[in-house]
Write a protein that binds this ligand. Structure first.
Ligand code: ADP
Ligand code: MG
Length: 584
């Protein structure tokens, strides 16, 4: 139900054009029957023998020609209209995707990258083609042509009309049984294909080991048995279906329809109900009907894909947008406050509960806590990746929800766990926050981030494109994002486990880059290595989404609570590491 309204919403902009096309198809369907009617009526006149042959035949020839012409013109005209409608709908949807992606909270992109979303959405738009350009017109044709045809046959004689549709129930029954558990079977089939490809991957990935140990035959046989069992399952499903399909098609095929109509017709003529001419007319029209009806079943798969695609698009469009404030305010200063903040991703489990603290301008605040305690979530609330579900986050006394997005990112910069570099030049990636910065300025930032030399070593230096000829390690990508933050030069910075994925060599460099970056700013930092935050002005200990302790390192060690235990554990780990290093 939701899906069909969703579809309606997507098709809305082209709905009136689709209706025009449907009307045109009705005319085309009527025109399909016109030549038959004209010929039958002509036959009746000629057989009655009392007409001026030429005077009657010529107008009928014209009617036949007009009927055929109208059928072709309106039929293809209808499809032309819907194909144009499809083109404009695609353009509308593309624009809508771009605007939707622009309004989504940045936190949404943590789970989906905008590139992959756009690509998937593009495919979905293409999949809608059948729905817009064919579905309505073909369905109308499949109904209207038989209605006109059978209507005329009933006008000749109602018994002939029954004869004309006699084979239809067989077709409908076969078709229904064929599509009954299509979805279940499709899922089974996809599983089978996955099983085969995973054995292939295994086989190829392990080929050297397999060969080295002389096990090639064994690995091979696993693939073979996966393929055989898939083949059996596929045959078991498709075999009966093909037989059913053959049966259903035969029941509507021209010879069968003709046979049924003629045999039945002969009986009716002997019974004295109809004339032979009526029988021939009815048989001819009955033969023209299956084509129209079967056109609908041919589109079955396309229709499934199209409605699935429409569902996905609607889901994207219905993702709640991040609201831009209607009366944006500017922060007065660069202090950050959390005031009784609570937050939930799904509306049921609270990830943060009643969190309050203040970060004075120019101070360093560190967040520590077990994995999953909500550190990253808390940090991204300052960046408004998500909106709080209770309380408020303020910058310079102003709620982040009332600061215009562009202005917000002039105040807050970030270096996060999963570095997101764009598939653009290294230079453009660095100056993302300040697109007008020149190369020299960008290089200064890169130097401060300890990454300038590495970039110069790339094939095209600063013009190398990320992912194409600029292939960077995790630590290097991290330093590019630090350079970006340095250049953006925001008074507030959020650093989330910025050294988490760095290799040991680059960790020291990243630390050095970060301390350059941190100077004079308001910092919120999350770090695993506790000694890197020992000097923080304030340490907040987070547990299960609540602040359980706060104070300086010395305060917290003296308090002998959560933090003190973490500190002792950490010290022990450091000593063990050092011993192991010494032993090596
Ligand atoms: P930390 O950074 O301290 O490890 P996180 O803030 O990443 O903790 O996660 C806190 C809780 O929120 C976890 O239970 C995690 O599973 C959940 N969570 C994190 N990100 C999302 C998300 N995008 N959607 C839903 N739940 C999330
Ligand atoms: Mg985290």
């Amino acid at each position: 139900m939701r899906r069909s309204t969703a579809l309606g919403g997507i098709l809305e902009p082209v709905q009136s054009r689709i209706r025009i096309a449907m009307a045109m198809q009705i005319i085309a369907s009527a025109a399909t029957i016109v030549p038959y009617v004209a010929i039958v009526e002509l036959g009746k006149i000629l057989l009655s023998g009392d007409a001026d042959t030429f005077g009657v035949v010529l107008p009928v020839v014209w009617i036949v020609v007009a009927g055929l012409g109208a059928r072709a013109a309106f039929g293809s005209g209808a499809l032309l209209v819907t194909h144009y409608a499809d083109v404009s709908m695609q353009a509308i949807l593309r624009r809508k995707i771009v605007t939707t992606l622009g309004t989504l909270p940045l936190g949404w992109f943590g789970r989906n990258t905008s590139g992959s979303v756009r690509k998937k959405a593009q495919n979905d738009i293409a999949d809608l083609h059948y729905l817009v350009a064919h579905q309505a017109v073909e369905t109308v044709g499949a109904v209207a042509t038989p209605v006109f045809g059978i209507g005329y046959i009933s006008y000749l004689d109602w018994r002939l009309a029954l004869l004309a549709v006699a084979t239809l129930p067989i077709y409908i029954a076969a078709y229904a049984s064929m599509t009954k558990d299509m979805d279940v079977k499709m899922t089974e089939m996809n599983k089978g294909i996955e099983a085969i490809s995973s054995t292939i991957v295994e086989f190829v990935a392990g080929i050297s080991v397999v060969k080295a140990f002389g096990q090639a035959g064994k690995a091979h046989s696993r693939y073979r048995s996966a393929a055989i069992s898939f083949g059996d399952a596929y045959g078991g499903w498709v075999g009966p279906m093909l037989r059913t399909d053959a049966l259903s098609s035969i029941s509507l095929s021209a010879p069968i329809v003709l046979l049924v109509n003629l045999l039945g017709g002969v009986w009716f003529v002997f019974a004295g109900w109809v004339t032979p001419l009526d029988v021939i007319a009815a048989a001819l029209i009955a033969m023209a009907l299956p084509v129209a009806i079967m056109a609908v079943s041919f589109g079955m798969q396309a229709r499934r894909e199209a409605s699935a695609a429409a569902g996905r698009l609607v889901e994207l469009f219905e993702t709640p947008a991040l609201l831009e404030p209607s009366n944006p305010k500017s922060p007065d200063g660069s202090d950050v406050r959390f005031d009784k903040v609570s937050f939930s991703y799904d509306g049921t489990t609270e990830v943060l509960r009643d969190v309050s603290f203040a970060m004075p301008s120019g101070s360093v605040t560190a967040l520590v806590g077990a994995s999953g305690s909500g550190k990253s979530t808390l940090a991204t609330l300052v960046l408004r990746f998500h909106d709080v579900t209770g309380g408020a986050v303020t910058i310079g006394g102003v709620d982040v929800r009332t600061i215009a997005t562009a202005e917000l990112y002039r105040y807050v910069g970030f270096v996060l766990q999963d570095v997101q570099l764009l598939n653009e030049s290294v230079l453009d990636n660095i100056r993302l926050g300040r697109p007008d910065a020149d190369l020299a300025t960008a290089r200064d930032a890169a130097k401060a981030a300890q990454i300038d030399e590495r970039i110069l070593a790339l094939p095209r230096g600063y013009d190398s494109v990320i992912g194409d000829d600029a292939l960077l390690s995790g630590g290097e990508a991290q330093r590019v994002s630090i350079a970006r933050a340095i250049l953006a030069d925001t008074p507030i910075l959020v650093l989330d486990e910025a050294t988490a994925f760095a290799d040991p060599e680059s960790e020291a460099e990243i630390q050095r880059a970060l301390s350059t970056l941190a100077r004079g700013r308001t910092i919120l930092v999350i770090a695993h290595r506790l000694e890197s935050i020992m000097d923080a002005d304030r340490i907040l200990v987070l547990d299960g989404g609540e602040i359980v302790e706060q104070g300086t390192h010395d305060d917290l060690v003296a308090a002998a609570g959560h933090y003190a235990r973490m500190w002792t554990a950490h010290q022990r780990a450091v000593i063990t590491d050092a011993r192991e290093a010494a032993a090596r």
